[in-house]
Design a protein around this ligand. Sequence first.
Ligand SMILES: C[S@@+](CC[C@H](N)C(=O)[O-])C[C@H]1O[C@@H](n2cnc3c(N)ncnc32)[C@H](O)[C@@H]1O
Length: 337
Amino acid sequence: MADALPMKPEYEYQTVEETADPEKDIHSTAHHNGEDRTKLKHPPMAEALPMQPEYEIQEIPETAHQEKYIQCSADRNGEDYSKPKRPPRSERKRQRHAEMIQRQKEMRKRKKLERKERIREQGQDAGSEPSLSREEMRKRCEEGMKTGQIICIDCSLEQHMSDKEKGKLAMQVGRLYGSNRRVDNPAHIYLTGVNKGGQLYSELVKKNSGFENYLIEVEEKSHIELFPLERVVYLSPDSNNLLEDVDPGKIYVIGGLVDESVKKHITLSQAEGAAVTTARLPIVENMVRTEVDSPSQVLAVNQVFDILINYSHTKDWKNALAVGVPRRKGFIVENGS
Ligand SMILES: C[S@@+](CC[C@H](N)C(=O)[O-])C[C@H]1O[C@@H](n2cnc3c(N)ncnc32)[C@H](O)[C@@H]1O
């Protein structure tokens, strides 16, 4: 065999004992250029075994480390020494569960940071003073209820949501109320089409402490019953019309919907059915796509609200959209926000 090798390898020869089958006892370890091309008829471990095991000789991959790849299946008393033992099923399940919890934790952390960042930016961009006292915030909101931009949240769409989604909508209303308190030009918020005996209303009360004292209008009537039709603009991501500006004389309606599995065209078809003007936010016109696999222009109610109040203060879509559209939606303003 040495003749076949291009360079002279170092061989360790071990004594070959005379046995009934001399082939079985040959151990020759060849160290060739650092590679160990052992051809084992059986490894030394065999000597320790009480019974003669059966060995399978397998080809040693050239690239691999020998120890990793020699598979010596010694079938001794039914035990397989060749493979590392897989952890038991319960252990694997526990591990998968721990990994999932970890992923969820990271996601919550990321969302929290995004929210903080948005609030911080909004504080700067929309001219709010984060250190305002409660009393000052209240005064501003009262002023907003007289002169502020009217923004309605259409709460008549309960039938399109699960209980969980209603709970989420209630929290989004709490968030948008919080944003409104912090800006120096608070909007005049209406919750329209509210069913006070319904699940959504009880979620609003349950999820938002002090909800009954919020400085907002809670109306059972719809936006069409409350305002002249020609002043109403229903915002819908599915609209073909572009929202070019926010006009203080108009009433902007946001659909009170949380659609975890997006149900398209609900607000669009309702608004069109009632001959109400519709419009979508100018996202693609002011933002660029990122690498996110499935970008979406469908935003949450509080995000749309934040964009509207920010735009009415700054008159700058890029700024307003950078604040309201989270990165995970797959759009950013070109300067990287
Ligand atoms: C979660 S979305 C619900 C989308 C729903 N599929 C629909 O039919 O409106 C909640 C509301 O936010 C507003 N909205 C969300 N993204 C928007 C966008 N890109 N342009 C305009 N309005 C948007 C709409 O009023 C919408 O009803």
